[in-house]
Design a protein around this ligand. Structure first.
Ligand code: SAH
Length: 261
């Protein structure tokens, strides 16, 4: 996974896992303990910094909503500048660095600057949510494919790069990252693209953390359910029949169906 075989990497793009600090990899934890500089943002659990050496420099590069693009260039510059001091730099990123984590952009910036790096995978939010809710992402006879899609563009006025009509037709488990703000729009798009009204939806907030919350509904009842319960970010949407495999979700869906009957 190193960028070049001849120079030892000085920058490590490390997946921090979905929330619970114990879900980082052993390699990730070892690197935090060795790091001389740690560059982190709000998604990586701060408890992970407890493993850092007391003299390690901790650099926070949390993004403010709406300032994504300008700030990514700044983060890239920060990584390159710290790497050039010759210190061991860990860039700690929520979940996996290469799943909606812009790790690819950071890798590109390092490559362009001629800095050797290594990427350490992490448990991505979809996988964390699946484990902590017992919703399987695939299930024999129920879903043979899973799609990770961003809902971020749906929240913007300027249209979307995601073809939601096509997504609705694939009939696979859909996991929507960054979809909290646009959740209603996404559900509406899937419905108008012909997705079944009774397709289950689980909105899971702060998965794997002690205050995890799950709101369960169907495409048809989603707005009403969401109106009655505000959930904090980060949150992920899982849409698909697999949601029924979770006993808690199945109970919530049965209660909803009883209310409607
Ligand atoms: N690289 C990260 C994703 C970054 S995009 C990963 O692999 O997980 C940020 C989105 O991830 C959030 O908007 C949310 O949809 C999701 N997310 C991250 N942590 C989460 C958590 N603990 N619970 C629910 N969703 C989470």
């Amino acid at each position: 996974m190193s960028s070049t075989p001849f120079s030892a990497p000085r920058v490590f793009l490390v997946g921090a896992g979905p929330g619970d600090p114990r879900l980082i990899t052993v390699r990730g934890r070892d690197l935090i303990a060795l790091a001389e500089v740690i560059v982190h943002d709000e998604l990586a659990n701060r408890a992970l910094l407890d493993w850092a050496q007391p003299q390690a420099e901790i650099v926070y590069v949390g993004k403010r909503a709406g300032h994504h693009y300008a700030q990514q260039a700044e983060i890239n510059r920060i990584l390159v500048a710290h790497a050039r001091t010759g210190r061991l730099v860990v860039r700690l990123k929520g979940g996996d660095p290469l799943v909606f984590g812009r790790g690819g952009e950071e890798a590109e910036a390092l490559r362009e600057a001629g800095i050797a790096f290594e990427i350490v995978p992490g448990v991505t939010a979809a996988v964390g949510v699946a484990a902590s809710t017992a919703i399987p992402l695939t299930h024999r006879g129920v879903s043979s494919a899973v799609l990770f899609v961003t809902g971020h563009e749906c929240a913007e006025k300027s249209g979307t790069a995601v073809d939601w009509d096509a997504v609705a037709r694939v009939k696979c488990t859909m996991v929507v990252y960054m979809g909290l703000k646009a959740a209603r729009t996404i559900v509406e798009r899937l419905r108008s693209a012909g997705a079944e009204q009774d397709l289950p939806v689980a909105l899971v907030s702060r998965a794997t953390l002690p205050d995890q919350q799950m709101v369960v509904a169907t495409l048809g009842t989603f707005e009403t359910e969401l109106l009655t319960r505000e959930v904090p970010s980060p949150a992920l949407l899982i849409i698909g029949e697999v949601v029924r495999q979770s006993p808690a979700a199945a109970a919530a869906l049965a209660a909803l169906a009883a209310l409607e009957a």
